[in-house]
Structures are given as C-alpha cells and as structure tokens.
Design a protein around this ligand. Sequence first.
Ligand SMILES: NC(=O)c1ccc[n+]([C@@H]2O[C@H](COP(=O)([O-])OP(=O)(O)OC[C@H]3O[C@@H](n4cnc5c(N)ncnc54)[C@H](O)[C@@H]3O)[C@@H](O)[C@H]2O)c1
Length: 248
Amino acid sequence: MMSLDGKIIIVTGGSRGIGEAIVRILCAGGARVYATYNSGADKAAGIVSEVSDAGGIVEFKQLDVTNVEDVMQFVEGVAKDAGRIDGLVNNAGITRDGLIMRMSAKDWADVLTTNLGGAFNFCKSVSRQMMSQRYGRIVNIGSIVGLSGNAGQVNYSASKAGLVGLTKSLAKELASRNVLVNCVAPGYVETDMTGKLNEEQKQTYSHSIPLKRIASANEIAKVVAFLLSDDASYITGQVINVDGGLAM
Ligand SMILES: NC(=O)c1ccc[n+]([C@@H]2O[C@H](COP(=O)([O-])OP(=O)(O)OC[C@H]3O[C@@H](n4cnc5c(N)ncnc54)[C@H](O)[C@@H]3O)[C@@H](O)[C@H]2O)c1
C-alpha cells in the first residue's frame, strides 16, 4: 500500500483544481504539506480546516511563483520548520490563450514566466536541500499540449514543452543524489481552467478522447501521489500522460 507517512511536500497552486486535489490526497496519505496559492485566501483556509478535521496537516502561504526572492524565502522557511523537504509539486499554472496574430508579448511572457519560470524558481530552491539529504522527488505538472501542440496556445504549449526539457535535464543532474524528477501531463481535466470552455467545446473534446470523458482532478492527483511515494523509487525523467488515451 502506497504510503506518504511523514513526508514533507511542497505544492504550488494548491488552493483549487488539480493542486487542491493533490494537497488533499497527499494529506490523506499522511504527508505534511506546505502549499501555496496566488489568490483565494478563503478557499485555502477552508481546505486547511477540512484537512485538519480529517487528521491531516497542511499550511498555506500566499505567494507568487514568479517572485524569486519570495520563493527562496518560502523554501528556506519550510526546510527550517520541518527539517527536510521530501517532495515538490510544481502545479501552479495559467493560460492566456489566443491565436499568435493577436497574442500580446505580455501574454506570451506571463505564461512562460509563471508556468516555466515558476517551476525553475522552485526546483532551484529545493535542489540544495534535496541533494544534501540524498533524497527528493519533484513532480512537474505539464500538459499533453506540451507534446502535441494546440492552436491558440503557443505560449501555454511552449511553457509545458519547456517543462519536459526541464524535467529531463534536472533528472539527469540530480539522479546521482537520489533526487527523482518527473512530469505528469494531464489531458483535459474538470477545473476552473477548463471551466472557461462552453458545453459544445467540452462535448467536442470529450468525443476526441478514447475514454470519452474529461478527467477529474483526483485522477491526476493519484498519479502525482504515486510518484511522490516510496513505491516509485525507480522512475525518473519521465513524462506520464494522464489523458484518457488522447495523446496516443
Ligand atoms: N485543467 C486542465 O485541463 C489541465 C490540463 C493540463 C494541465 N493542467 C495544468 O495543471 C495545473 C493546474 O491546473 P488547474 O486546472 O487546476 O488550474 P486552476 O486555474 O484551477 O488553478 C491554478 C492554480 O495555480 C495558482 N497560480 C496561478 N498563477 C500563480 C502564480 N503566479 N503564483 C502562484 N500560484 C499561481 C492559482 O492560485 C491556482 O491555485 C496547471 O499547471 C495547468 O497548466 C491543467
């Protein structure tokens, strides 16, 4: 049985959607979670109280993943408080969709800086601690559009393709210190991010998925939890598609 008992794990963007599901599943598995969010303090407080009622431990900190100084301070604080850092989940992400002819330089930069730059900031900040422990697990939340591309998402798919390169390079850099780095690439998942799609778009997407349905956030979170557990001790540098067969 997969166990996360006592593991100290950081999750970015943990206040809703896939990040929230990850936080809840890790806490239920016995991990002590340090989560961040960008906005939605009430939502974060609600998760803290529900998790603690169920006997779990989670703390939330409002933090912008693009702010290098804040990320470093946060990670140092976790290491000081908990004495170690076993896992990191780079989940925070945004979309600013549009066809390239209409995409502003700001929309390009914001998505790259948040999705890829934010993951870099956290990976860099936890690396020293994980290397000195001779133990660590990093899971980057990519997307299948980082592998297949998607019209109207040159910024988003470039950021997610970048995460694949980051994952594989860092996996090679840190393997000798027993720090494992992987990427989970969801297809379509029912969250606020896909809530922007109308019913017709959702039907069209569902139709193109071999399993004929959109994923729940929990179905992504379970794979992330596995990669953070001791059962996944021989997997590194991989991209695991959790997409109902979409990218086959
Ligand atoms: N929903 C999908 O269909 C889908 C598919 C593939 C990949 N993903 C990826 O999964 C991850 C989570 O997606 P979601 O659907 O749950 O999104 P969401 O919009 O519901 O949640 C995103 C989270 O990221 C946080 N965030 C955004 N910008 C931030 C910043 N600058 N600093 C700190 N936190 C920030 C938000 O506060 C929120 O907690 C993202 O990386 C997304 O790209 C989602």
